[in-house]
Every structure is written in structure tokens, then in C-alpha cells.
Design a protein around this ligand. Structure first.
Ligand code: F3S
Length: 81
């Protein structure tokens, strides 16, 4: 089981994640990314079908703003760092 969340403090609105994985990531009015599943709380498990795209998105983010963990984030992107 995997969870994901965007660190909106460090996202620079580059737009790569939504291109890699439009099912998981969308952008707010300022172009900052968030996780669609649970309004960026990192508490809803990611469907296995999206694991490859999620990995691409996390690897492709220039600011390492996409966090992935086997444990839920409870709304805190830095919870597991
Ligand atoms: Fe932001 Fe990284 Fe996506 S900078 S728009 S979270 S690829």
C-alpha cells in the first residue's frame, strides 16, 4: 500500500507531475499541485495501477515535492522525513 502527498511549500508549479500522472495530480489556481484522491491529505491509498506513473511523477519532480510512503501522511508532507 502506498500513499502520496505534494509538499505545496516547495512545489514550483512546473507541471510535470500532472503530465506523468493526471489521475493522481491536479493543480490549484496558482498551478501548485495537489493529490486528487484525498485533497492532498496523503491518507487514501494509491491504486496499484498508478504505481508506475506515481514513481515517474516523483522521480520527475525537480523539487522533490512529491512524497511517497507506505504509511499515511495525515496531511503532513514532511511526516516521514
Ligand atoms: Fe510541483 Fe513537482 Fe508537480 S514542482 S507541479 S509537484 S512536478
Amino acid at each position: 500500500i502506498k500513499y502520496t502527498i505534494v509538499d505545496k511549500e516547495t512545489c514550483i508549479a512546473c507541471g510535470a507531475c500532472g503530465a506523468s500522472c493526471p489521475d493522481l495530480f491536479a493543480y490549484d489556481d496558482e498551478g501548485i499541485s495537489y493529490v486528487l484522491l484525498d485533497d492532498n491529505q496523503g491518507i487514501s491509498s494509491v491504486d496499484e495501477d498508478f504505481y508506475d506513473d506515481l514513481e515517474d511523477a516523483a522521480d520527475g519532480c525537480p523539487t522533490q515535492s512529491i512524497k511517497v510512503s507506505y504509511e499515511p501522511f495525515d496531511g503532513d508532507p514532511l511526516k516521514h522525513e
